[in-house]
Design a protein around this ligand. Structure first.
Ligand code: XIL
Length: 343
């Protein structure tokens, strides 16, 4: 199993959506328990799910996941306390009656949220993705958002301080995507430097790892791992998948061509074997790198259990995807066998 194969080097985890384990078939449960050493809730610990209305916490699904994990000896990653995008934050958070909330109000709501959620799972959730996706993809350093506008850049340090106060033993993570790429990598290092200078209790960086077939920036990933190691930070590959349907054109310039792309579903009838083989080789190359850098990498988490459950089937448009090690029947793909063959 993945757990036996890599477990003494890093935890191999999986993101689970919906209600665990009720929403999973017997074959899926066998896969979870047979292969993985850790779990991340795909959605149920996000602010929009866990506190959709001010003061109304919905802990149901999160409790079920943590109980399941504890009962089976799986590590839990809490994901995520502050997702630095407006559309990922419940609207009430930035409102006060008919007007915008003040800095003080947003900060106190943030601290209450973090305190409530982290202390509930204290000792049972080993690490927290405290802040998610705060870095901008384009020119700006930090992503424009109400977090930034209302609180200022200090919301990041404040979030870490609040999480640390609520559970001093939890490993606290900054999590983001594309941070290995030139441009965003410098911003990540700047952020880590600033947080460190402020004495922020940050223990690890999460590299999401939503890569794409034929476009895995292996050299950039290796370079970033080296830089993070030099800073004494642990690394989590926190949301690994390897989509086979190209998504680059979608992001390239937006606009009308997206409507056209949104109508396409190129692999609706299945994934050709040659693509699955190429995916297998590229997954193996990635795991070779992870094994090489196992001193720095503490965890590698797949973003969803198998192809049929991948978020990429619905993102950024509806189309059949094949990004994981297991197929829609929870059976191993060539990629699984290739990864298991990595020495
Ligand atoms: C995604 C989930 O997989 C989807 O089910 C949900 O609709 C949106 O969020 N970066 C993250 C994850 O940090 O939380 C996202 O998960 C994927 C991108």
């Amino acid at each position: 199993s993945l757990r036996e194969k890599f477990g003494d080097r890093f935890v191999v985890g999986v993101a689970l959506g919906g209600r665990v384990p009720d929403d999973y078939s017997p074959a899926e449960r066998r896969l979870i328990l047979g292969q993985f050493g850790g779990v991340t809730p795909e959605n149920c610990m996000k602010m929009t799910a866990i506190q959709p209305v001010e003061g109304e916490y919905r802990f149901d699904e999160a409790d079920a996941l943590v109980d399941f994990a504890q009962g089976h000896g799986l590590q839990v990653v809490g994901h995520t306390l502050v997702w630095a995008k407006d559309e990922r934050t419940p609207p009430w958070f930035f409102r006060d009656g008919d007007g915008p909330a003040s800095r003080e109000l947003v900060l106190s709501r943030m601290k209450d949220h973090i305190r409530t959620v982290v202390s509930r799972y204290r000792g049972r959730v080993a690490s927290w993705d405290v802040v998610n996706e705060a870095l901008d993809d384009g020119e700006p350093y930090l992503r424009p958002s109400s977090w930034l506008e209302i609180v200022g850049p200090g919301f990041i340090a404040e979030a870490f301080a609040a999480a640390h106060e609520a559970d001093p033993d939890a490993l606290l993570v900054y999590n983001d995507y594309n941070v290995e790429l030139p441009g965003k990598r410098e911003k990540l290092l700047r952020l880590l430097g600033e947080l460190r200078a402020q004495g922020v209790p940050l223990g690890a960086v999460g590299i999401q790892g939503h890569w794409e077939l034929d476009r895995i920036p292996l050299d950039d990933i290796a370079a970033l791992l080296g830089e993070l190691e030099a800073l004494g930070l642990e690394v989590m590959v926190s949301e690994l998948d390897l989509g086979v349907v190209p998504r680059g054109r979608w992001w390239a310039d937006g606009g009308a061509h997206r409507e056209e792309i949104a109508r396409t579903d190129p692999l609706a009838d299945g994934c050709p074997p040659e693509l699955l083989d190429r995916q297998a080789e590229q997954y193996a190359a990635l795991f070779r790198l992870f094994v090489d850098r196992a001193d720095t990498i503490a965890r590698v988490t797949f973003w969803d259990l198998h192809d049929g459950r991948s978020w990429l089937n619905h993102f950024p448009w509806e189309h059949a995807e094949y990004p994981l090690l297991f197929d829609r029947d929870a059976a191993p793909k060539p990629a699984f066998r290739a990864v298991m063959g990595v020495e």
